[in-house]
Design a protein around this ligand. Structure first.
Ligand SMILES: [Mn+2]
Length: 226
């Protein structure tokens, strides 16, 4: 029995050591809130976080496009970066819906094909990533993508008031609410396109890095529902 305990002890120490060593080789996850065409601010933010292409992993929470000055510029730029994942936001879903209806859009075809490959959620060991939020009690994989991408309120309260899992959820989409910083939920849409800030969360470590908007590119909508 004592021997087993010693073995267990050594194994668990090794596990910690392995995790510690891995932390040096592991990529940082840099998670970016709603960009909405704010190309210059995005470039400034990546400079500020000292983004290292090929070493860091970039994750965008969706809504790269619309409202701001250079949607296509942002798409081109993000597409040119390595190790990048982009989530669908409601603005990208609306774009894809327009195309489905046969309407013309000012985005090239190959860009649309790329957008169609974006997931509407990412579930990793340390974090669950969505544009809007988590429908209470339902994993995103079992939810309608439109709900995951759009949810803000549930029974008149923020959806995260009903989220009690340990796993951190990082989301965008709620510029009116701004930065949300809770143990298990972090909201990163800090309204850059409205003249506020563009935000990045660095994991591990939960470090927040922000840049100021260079302009207010869009007027705040009354309900800021999009
Ligand atoms: Mn949104």
């Amino acid at each position: 029995m004592g021997y087993l305990l010693v073995c267990y002890d050594i194994c668990s120490k090794f596990k910690h050591l392995a995790a510690f060593m891995l932390s040096f080789t592991h990529m940082r996850k840099l998670i970016i809130g709603d960009v909405h065409g704010c190309l210059r601010e995005l470039q400034l933010l990546l400079e500020k976080v000292n983004y290292q292409e090929g070493q860091d992993r970039l994750i965008f929470l969706g809504d790269l496009i619309n409202k701001g000055p250079d949607s296509l510029g942002v798409l081109n730029y993000v597409r040119s970066l390595k190790s990048t994942t982009v989530l669908l936001g409601n603005h990208e879903l609306a774009l894809l819906a327009k195309i489905e209806r046969g309407e013309s859009v000012p985005i090239p075809r190959e860009m649309i094909a790329w957008i169609k490959t974006w997931p509407y959620y990412i579930d990793e060991d340390d974090v669950l990533l969505v544009h809007g939020g988590v429908v209470p009690g339902v994993h995103p994989r079992e939810s309608n993508p439109f709900d995951v991408v759009r949810i803000r309120l549930w029974q008149n309260k923020p959806w995260y008031e009903f989220y009690h899992e340990k796993k951190l959820v990082v989301f965008g989409h709620w510029a009116a609410r701004g930065l949300v910083w809770r143990d298990n939920a972090i909201g990163l849409d800090t309204g850059c396109v409205y003249g506020r800030k563009l935000s990045c969360l660095e994991l591990p470590g939960r470090k927040l890095i922000q840049v100021d908007a260079l302009n207010a590119y869009a007027a705040v909508e009354i309900k800021d529902e999009s």
